[in-house]
Design a protein around this ligand. Sequence first.
Ligand code: NAI
Ligand code: MG
Length: 497
Amino acid sequence: MSDITRREQTNELALQFGNAWNYAPSREGTEQVSLKPRYELFIDGAWTAPKSNRYFATINPATEETLAEVAEANEEDVARAVTGARAAYDNVWRKLSGKERAKYIYRIARALQEKAREFAIVETLDGGKPIKESRDIDVPLAAAHFFYHAGWADKLHYAFQGREARPLGVAGQIIPWNFPLLMAAWKIAPALACGNTVVLKPAETTPLTALMLAQIFQEIELPPGVVNIVTGAGATGAALAAHPGIDKVAFTGSTAVGKRIQQALAGSKKRLTLELGGKAANVVFADAPIDQAVEGIVNGIFFNQGHVCCAGSRLLVEESVHDIVVRKLQDRMRTLRVGDPLDKNTDVGAINSKMQLGKIHEMVAAGEEEGATRWSATYDLPSKGFFFPPTIFTGAAQSCRIAREEIFGPVLTVLTFRTPDEAIEKANNTMYGLSAGVWTDKGSKSFYMAQRLEAGVVWANTFNKFDATSPFGGFKESGLGREGGRQGLAAYSEVVG
Ligand code: NAI
Ligand code: MG
């Protein structure tokens, strides 16, 4: 009996005796977390009521319960924050040596580590992602990002080969809801390291961990105004990007809004970096270790409910192994635990908002209408909250919407290829170019593919790996500029000399 057949029989048995895969509930406690009923704006180092007099609720998408009320910043509030950031830039931050700036950034990193558990719980409550991801990925990576950039603050001279790096001034930063704390770290850490000050706008469905970060800024006595946090929805973001006192805009979010910001900034002095959508190809060759690849496919698309701009949402599988890959993928999907994000065993949590859930339903309906075959295992989904079962589509044409458009949910479209060049052509046949994956036993094939795939990141025999030292960003309509690594520092510096 071959190894593969033996393993399959074991799987069959495990599936028959389903209990082998059942875990007792193991819910993370929330006693340690004390959320305020209401959060004001964080401007000039202090909590301040919005001139708009308006507040909005942020809910827990797994229960639909309100967690807190949050201030909605209008144009006037945004202007106050920009003024605060400008004064802090002129009077304090730009005058500090890199070594002094580094001390503050190290303090932020350490405080975040000390409060890691609290941050992980709130990230899960506010956004719906599984606690094991908030705990093991989001929070540690956010802290790592501050540590990494603290290290650069007094070494910028070396980052640019002896040339002088000057700060740009005030950065306006707009972030999405899929990695709320991590995106705040990706934006704030390099800006501060390079000597800029910040006005940050978190996403309206997930503002809480950014506001907890503001509490850390107060505790570590970051000079007032160096980072300001203005909460609100699209109008607040638009006011920030349009404000004439901003020197640089950094945006992560939808391609549609990214394009609008780019148009609004055209011809202005403002620098711009954009990190937009994706439709990543995860390419599996017949010579790949199939079980490992299946695990990578699952991680690529079901991680964080598929709310990942670099998600491996198009599986390109070599035709000869299509059937076995799909069957093994289905077996693995049957064992995924979907539900309460606070349960430590949960693999797939809640969809971030009702709106996003509606978009996923719409795209899945389009896939069925266009004739692709939809498959999903049976999951016991909670009766409240926003949930969507991990789903795959086979038999889709390349022209289908589900093969071209970003779904941003736990939905995978499977396509096939026969030769490496056909895989490259299909993988690159998209307006996006953020990431890609290659699964093969042959190193030379990985390199061949990586050189030809139009993607900012290409993972080989792995997927969705992030590191502060590695630049991240897109080709084509996936965006402009890079975040992380030495390249990411350039986005916050004017390099002279
Ligand atoms: P979005 O692009 O509207 O939201 C991202 C951020 O931009 C939020 O903070 C939002 O308040 C802000 N914003 C919205 N309109 C703005 C404007 N006119 N000017 C300035 N800021 C503005 O994304 P949304 O509507 O939440 O999601 C829609 C789709 O976008 C998703 O289905 C997904 O396909 C994609 N998306 C991509 C992300 C990525 O990481 N690349 C993250 C979130 C969404
Ligand atoms: Mg929320």
